[in-house]
Design a protein around this ligand. Structure first.
Ligand code: SF4
Ligand code: SF4
Length: 378
């Protein structure tokens, strides 16, 4: 697992160096996944080089609102987080976990562990924290999700420190950004001034140090000057200071104390139960399993799929749905995220990425809902 990196040992690379890094990782057998523009959003998909990255694009985000705008700048990481999260690769939306084949009168059954070797390029601090939370979910000490850890342990993580905050970000108040200090192999900060466009690059693991050594051999690395480190720190600090939303520090207590609050009925009049918030959330992990057989009855597969606590089916048990009302489903989701996760995983389940606010079609805002609970007591 990657360890913490330090800006004091950092080097500097240019856009050619970033391109060389992507190609180096591909040559080492990694499927490099990074941000690229598709269907009007920055999504996380395979990238072959620096030309695939979203240079000159910035995102505009607010409750129920996302727009990409072209900017007059070569900046590659001016966008913040989009609708995709890294769980798409580490815990995919559909994964075959068992396969059975007819053998004579019986079946042979094999466990399936599909583990491509991914290099994740552009992991923001909040998403890095989300990955560490999913590590805890998928290994609770008694049970380990083999597929998740097979992918996770192979993954090469390149973090990117945010130099701009989106309108829905609130990672500062969740202690999870905008700077990534641990849990990556390489950490990047984009530095863009009138005279230069470079990336401060720090190693956070032995694998990261080896990658930098390879880039040095290709003459893509320069020593970082004190001015580079200062410019990077200033840009990250400005992103932190510009964040407009924040979560109340006493969210866990407020939610535990307000299970019958009238706000649950109010939010239910707006919530569509569409499950968008859970699909885009980097920490949500609910799943269901489906068994699928071929028409000849020769093979069968067990497929695990993402599911959501916003559906009726999710809480269906022998003859009835436990959480029939939208109010109880919303209450369950937010209470789990911010309060009962502490009992279950000894941490909060939200990293302040803001995706659930941006991608909620009616703009329900998790920070506002908690604030409202704090205003009025039942
Ligand atoms: S609950 Fe919302 S803000 Fe928190 S991690 Fe999930 S998507 Fe991000
Ligand atoms: S809170 Fe918003 S995104 Fe989540 S289920 Fe309700 S309407 Fe959909």
């Amino acid at each position: 697992m990657a360890k913490c990196g330090s800006a004091k040992d950092a080097v500097v690379i240019g856009t050619d160096g970033l391109d060389a890094l992507i190609k180096l990782l591909a040559k080492d057998g990694y499927d490099v996944i990074g941000p690229r523009v598709e269907s009007g959003a920055v999504v996380l998909e395979p990238v072959d080089g620096v030309d695939d990255l979203p240079a000159g694009w910035a995102d505009e985000q607010d409750g129920g609102h996302y727009r990409l705008t072209k900017i007059d700048s070569p900046a590659i990481f001016e966008h913040v987080v989009g609708p995709h999260t890294w769980k798409r690769y580490l815990s995919p939306p559909a994964q075959t976990i068992l396969r059975a084949r007819k053998r004579g009168k019986g079946f042979s059954v094999e466990e399936v562990v599909d583990a491509p070797k991914y290099a994740l390029l552009g992991v923001r601090a909040c998403d890095l924290k989300a990955i560490s939370l999913q590590d805890r979910v998928f290994d609770n000490g008694d049970f380990v999700d083999k597929g998740y850890f097979a992918r996770r342990n192979k993954a090469f993580v390149i973090a990117v420190n945010c130099t701009r905050a989106a309108g829905t970000c609130f990672c500062v108040s969740m202690n999870s950004g905008p700077e990534a200090s641990c849990g990556f192999d390489l950490g990047l900060t984009e530095i863009l001034t009138k005279t230069k466009h470079v990336f401060l690059l720090a190693a956070g693991s032995e694998r990261g140090r080896k990658a930098i050594a390879e880039l040095k051999k290709k003459k893509q690395v320069k020593a970082a000057a004190a001015a580079d480190r200062a410019a990077a720190a200033k840009a990250v600090d400005a992103a932190a200071k510009s964040m407009k939303r924040k979560m109340r520090k006493d969210a866990a207590r407020l939610l535990a104390a307000n299970r019958e609050h009238p706000r649950w009925e109010e939010v239910a009049t707006r919530c569509l139960s569409c499950a968008n918030c859970t699909m885009v959330c980097p920490t949500c992990f609910c799943s269901t399993v489906e068994d699928v057989t071929d028409l000849k009855g020769k093979t069968a597969e067990r497929v695990r799929r993402w599911d959501s606590c916003f559906t009726h089916d999710f809480s269906y048990i022998h003859g009835g749905t436990v959480r029939r009302l939208r109010s109880s489903r919303y209450r369950h989701w937010i209470t789990h995220k911010l309060s009962t996760w502490h009992d279950q995983f000894q941490t909060q389940g939200c990293v302040g990425c803001g995706r659930c606010i941006t991608w909620c079609p009616v703009g329900i805002d998790i920070t506002e809902e908690v604030r409202e609970l704090g205003k009025r007591r039942t």
